[in-house]
Design a protein around this ligand. Structure first.
Ligand SMILES: Cc1cc2nc3c(=O)[nH]c(=O)nc-3n(C[C@H](O)[C@H](O)[C@H](O)COP(=O)(O)O)c2cc1C
Length: 217
């Protein structure tokens, strides 16, 4: 090991006072292991149990904040209060191994397979399909959809807190909805949510603001 990583196993205290036992994190990895209805499964709990003991924190696989944000089969759901009991077991399983538990919250936007979302109709910033073979043309989100999804990120955060998670991570990368608003390819809107770089950042920043408010409540 080079000296660059000499302190990787030392504890680390975050600005908010939370201490991680070391500086190694489990990256979020979608594993298709939960129930079809979004509930955390026994298989999911077993997966995290064996991966949580050595690390300072675990970031879970992405969890969809709305039903129309489901990007993968057997994804963890965080879109309804009925999912809180399973999420509680997930947080407790990770924490029992000495790691902090961070739930990754997510909306797949136009990358959601049509068969996984209500009405088989993925949504996105604009009605532009991804440049991938057989990509579905999404429905452009209305102003009400935009507000609904922002609020869903806040509600997902409230549920994560109720379930005992130490934190949430907003999934803003890898071609999903937040990035779809940022990208001029997928965001062709002419209202306040699209256009200039600043306007294309309005949705990502609104999500961050609302999640922060939910954490501080
Ligand atoms: C099977 C698989 C599933 C992944 N799922 C997620 C995910 O749910 N959320 C996320 O932010 N990144 C996800 N990623 C990205 C990883 O967290 C990581 O950022 C990426 O693999 C780059 O790290 P690496 O170079 O060490 O592989 C996934 C990667 C893989 C290989």
């Amino acid at each position: 090991m080079t000296t660059d990583y000499a302190n990787i196993l030392d504890s680390y205290t975050l600005a908010n006072g939370v201490t991680l036992k070391n500086r190694v994190l489990l990256a979020p990895m979608t594993n298709f292991a939960s129930e079809e209805n979004g509930e955390v499964s026994e298989e999911e709990l077993a997966y995290y149990k064996v991966r949580s003991s050595g690390v300072g924190a675990v970031i879970t696989a992405c969890a969809n904040v709305t039903e129309d944000g489901k990007g993968f089969p057997n994804e963890i759901g965080v879109y309804s209060d009925r999912l809180i009991p399973g999420l509680k077991r997930l947080a407790a399983t990770i924490q029992a191994q000495g790691a902090k538990a961070i739930l990754q919250i997510f909306h797949g936007g136009r990358m959601c397979p049509p068969e996984l979302v209500p009405g088989q109709e993925p949504i996105s910033a604009s009605a532009v399909p991804a440049e991938r073979e057989n990509a579905a043309v999404p429905r452009e989100m209305t102003e009400a959809d935009v507000e609904r999804v922002i609020e869903a990120f806040a509600e997902a955060t409230r549920r994560a807190i109720e379930a005992g998670f130490d934190g949430v991570e907003i999934h803003g990368a890898n071609t999903y909805l937040i990035q779809q608003f940022f990208s001029p390819h997928s965001n062709r809107r002419e209202d306040k949510w699209g256009g200039t770089l600043t306007k294309r950042l309005s949705f990502p920043l609104a999500v961050v603001d609302r999640v922060r408010a939910a954490v501080e409540k």
